[in-house]
Design a protein around this ligand. Structure first.
Ligand code: GLA
Length: 364
């Protein structure tokens, strides 16, 4: 008789050609042999991005968040597009409700995000000078962080500053802020944030830095250049956020990622995983096999991050496959549902949850 581990591994080989060493720590973990671990707690220090609609209307969704999470972040609500329908108006209803939910359930809310090229309302296109850009950006941070001072303790101050294909190490992604103020807008945003809430954890959040390949290596290099520069100039910055939107078909550059993280640690930066999920558009095989492949990517990713530095927290971008951004951009050609998250659409735990729990338990 084959053991459970052997059954899983041979199914993987047969359906996908994907070879997992039977003796790998991941293989052992999936086979339930990760010796003498405490029984699963009902409440893990995991976090997830939440959607307002199901949070208000669906008990199962709410229960899953309460059961599994100790922190949440709004998928939307604090983005400019949501908060600032016009230059004059700030609409705080959604983040206020998210914060009330978090507080009522003993969780924290992360702030996402203050400076980003994306989700910008149309009126911001009319910002036409450096002085106007500075006034708008600084004013926004003062208003929004000021309102939640002491209550939102960790902020993605800057999101996605590095381009997908950096032309050089000093390349910064175009945005209205970059266009009007140049790279100095990043330091200005961080300094403003530190002034408004000196206790808050200030984070720069980025994606696509974990994979094998020259494009991703260049992205890591450009990101490091920016981080070093900010640190050299004593700009307040406490942590690096790795979004971790993993692509199932691209391997993790374990060495490259660990070296990147280790360098962040030498700069005194903490490391957060902020938006973990697995884009499974191209993953072959039936759902239960895909779930294991996805979990294996998450394992490789978290293992490489942890080799460079302790992980301060792990948030996934959603909790259940029922509600995820992935099919909007990465629908599967076979018509099957995407399965990027730790719980399936009926809130059953998937192997990915087990992997995340393993790393949360093992925090060092
Ligand atoms: C980026 C952003 C998030 C969210 C995700 C997925 O990672 O930081 O706010 O929009 O993409 O859509």
């Amino acid at each position: 008789m084959l053991s459970r581990r052997e059954t899983i591994l041979s199914a993987l080989r047969a359906t996908t050609g994907f070879a997992l060493a039977a003796s790998s720590p991941f293989g052992t973990l999936m086979a339930g042999e990760a010796a003498a671990q405490p029984a699963a707690r009902t409440r893990l220090p995991l976090g997830a991005a939440v959607r307002d609609d199901p949070l208000e209307k669906e008990a199962d969704y709410r229960d899953a968040i309460i059961r599994h999470c100790s922190q949440i972040v709004g998928e939307g609500g604090l983005k400019w597009y949501d908060l600032r329908p016009s230059r004059e108006r700030f609409v705080y209803d959604r983040p206020d409700r998210q914060l009330a939910f978090a507080t009522a359930n003993g969780m924290t809310l992360r702030g996402h995000t203050l400076v980003w090229y994306g989700a910008m309302p149309d009126w911001t296109k009319s910002i036409s000078s450096a002085a106007e850009a500075e006034r708008e950006m600084v004013g926004h941070i003062e208003q929004v962080m000021g309102r939640y001072r002491g209550r939102i303790k960790s902020w993605d101050v800057v999101n996605e500053a590095i381009p997908d294909e950096p032309a050089s190490r000093s390349d910064i992604r175009p945005s209205i802020w970059q266009q009007r103020l140049g790279e100095s807008h990043i330091a200005l945003a961080l300094r403003t944030a530190a002034r408004v809430d000196p206790q808050a954890q200030l984070v720069i959040n980025e994606y696509d830095i974990e994979f094998v390949g020259p494009r991703f290596r260049r992205k890591r290099e450009a990101f490091l250049r920016l981080l070093r520069d900010l640190k050299l100039r004593n700009v307040p910055l406490h942590a690096v956020g790795l979004q971790g939107h993993l692509r199932a078909e691209i391997p993790i550059d374990k060495e490259g990622l660990s070296a990147f993280i280790a360098e962040c640690q030498t700069m005194g930066l903490q490391v957060l995983v902020t938006e973990l999920d697995v884009v499974d558009e191209k993953l072959p095989g039936p759902p239960e096999v895909r779930d294991i492949l996805a979990a294996s990517r998450v394992y490789d990713f978290l293992d490489a991050v942890r080799a460079g530095s302790p992980i301060d927290s792990i948030l996934t971008w959603g909790i259940t496959d029922r509600y995820t951004w992935v099919p909007l951009y990465f629908k599967r050609a076979d018509g099957l549902e995407n399965r990027p998250l730790p719980l399936d659409r009926d809130y059953r735990p998937k192997p990915m949850l087990r992997v995340i729990e393993h790393f949360l338990r093992d925090r060092r």
